[in-house]
Design a protein around this ligand. Structure first.
Ligand code: SAM
Ligand code: SF4
Length: 324
């Protein structure tokens, strides 16, 4: 089992498959993705990485990006994760642009958990945020994926003045589709600057207090081994759930069970760490044992916590570079 010096068990790894994205979310890639990007990891390199992580006792893998559904070998990688290495849990975080076309193929490849990012259910606002006009298609993809048996969660970044007045729409969507909607507090990075935060950031606290007043209560039913950092609420009259990811909260880091890999094979010990450490040179069959030892050694220096509250964002240009 992978453990850091604070005895936090590392059972969850997020892998970014590409930095490319076909959306231009205003807080993430306002100018679109960087067209000068280097080569991403190959399927073989990812296979070796996944084999190593399995041997190190990792239980949960999530693929993200950029937009992971733009990675041309995504289905093959899902097959390797689920059918070859049989991780306990495998998830995908996507903007949902091709969910309708691909859900069935991904289901056959063993994927069961998909988080779809939708910051507004109003098509005009959705376009304003993403610069893409396909909200209907994404929602059709969600309905199809639910019908196939996927566990779908919706991620929405809390954007003051854009979606904060639309909570009732999200709550009713959660009920209609029996899904969990998770609100993420906007995090600072080199793209999502203090100026942007000053305009759009709102802590989850206000929304949580509102929900509690309307009868929503904390839900503790998730398996603690696989549970993420979200606080989830339920309501007796709603078939869905509402969650919150609050990275600025005091105890967010104390239960951190995750590390990340970039699409170039760098390890990130913390989303807001100072360094991305290149490990691609060890992603060969001959060097697998060396890779294992290196990951174990590096974990010793996993930071105790991030320093977002002091405006320190580490090597995080934007979340599309390191898989959100
Ligand atoms: N393209 C995929 C998507 O949008 O779901 C996966 C990558 S995206 C970087 C992953 C998640 O990070 C999305 O839910 C997105 O809204 C969130 N995100 C991006 N920048 C953020 C920021 N500055 N603060 C909080 N969440 C952010
Ligand atoms: Fe692309 Fe996801 Fe970033 Fe939006 S949040 S620009 S969809 S990577």
């Amino acid at each position: 089992m992978l453990q850091d010096y604070l005895k936090r068990n590392i059972t969850y790894v997020r892998i970014s498959l590409t930095e490319k994205c076909n959306f231009s979310c205003e807080y993430c890639l306002p100018g679109g993705w960087d067209k000068k990007l280097k080569d991403t990891l190959s399927v073989n390199e990812l296979d070796i990485l996944l084999a190593t992580l399995k041997e190190l006792g990792v239980k949960k893998i999530r693929f993200s990006g950029g937009e992971p559904a733009l990675f041309k070998d995504l289905t093959k990688v899902l097959e390797i994760t689920n059918h070859k290495y049989k991780f306990e849990s495998c998830g995908l975080t996507t903007n949902g642009f091709n969910l309708l076309a691909k859900a069935e193929e991904w289901y056959k490849a063993g994927l069961r958990n998909i988080n779809v990012s939708i910051d507004s259910l109003d098509p005009k606002k959705f376009f304003e945020i993403t610069k893409v006009d396909i909200l209907d298609k994404i929602i059709a993809g969600i309905k199809h994926a639910i019908h196939l048996g996927f566990n779908i969660k919706i991620n929405a970044v809390i954007l003051q003045g854009i979606n904060t007045q639309d909570m009732d729409d999200f709550i009713s969507f959660a009920n209609t589709h029996k899904v969990t909607i998770r609100f993420i507090e906007l995090m600072q990075n080199n793209t999502c600057t203090v100026d942007y935060l000053n305009k759009r950031q709102l802590t989850a606290e206000t929304i949580i207090e509102d929900l509690k007043a309307k009868g929503w209560t904390l839900d503790n039913s998730e398996d603690p081994k696989l549970k993420g950092p979200a606080q989830t609420f339920k309501h007796q009259d709603n078939l869905g759930k509402i969650g919150f990811i609050t990275p600025y909260a005091q105890d967010f880091c104390s239960t951190c069970n995750r590390i990340r890999f970039s699409s170039l094979g760098e390890i990130l010990l913390c989303l807001f760490g100072k360094k991305r450490i290149p490990l691609r040179h060890l992603l060969t069959l001959e060097k697998k044992e060396e890779l294992k030892a290196e990951i174990e050694t590096l974990l010793i220096s996993k930071p105790k916590s991030h320093h977002l509250d002091e405006n320190f964002v580490g090597a995080c240009d934007n979340l599309s570079k390191i898989g959100g």
